[in-house]
Design a protein. Sequence first.
Length: 138
Amino acid sequence: MGDEEYMKLLDRAFANAHVTASESSDFVIPKVDSMVQGTKTIVRNIGAIADKARRDPKEIARYISRELGVPVSMEEQRMMISGKFQTADLDKRIHRYFEVYVVCRECHKPDTKLESAGRGMFYLVCEACGSRYGVKNY
């Protein structure tokens, strides 16, 4: 088999085997289910979001608190945010959390965990592909 024939076969194999991350994964970031009550915004499905992220809801609440610059507390599987915020804005923040602290940059799978690296840094460690890289503490 000549080099040219081998390259054609190799190109054809890669073209047929090409699968994007969205096709190979059924992972979907949950939409925020929130409502404004008085001067607070309540996220009712923080438990489902945390389960999908495989993170503690308190960690996500701390991230949201930093992002929005307001106090956030957890009460009975609900996240209470001081202030009135639209669902679309909260969705954007949760999506960003998943991009930075959950989904692997290499294989784009959510099978990750955070390990402390000290001094305000974490390692995001992918259990699917083995990638490991630093992320800033929230």
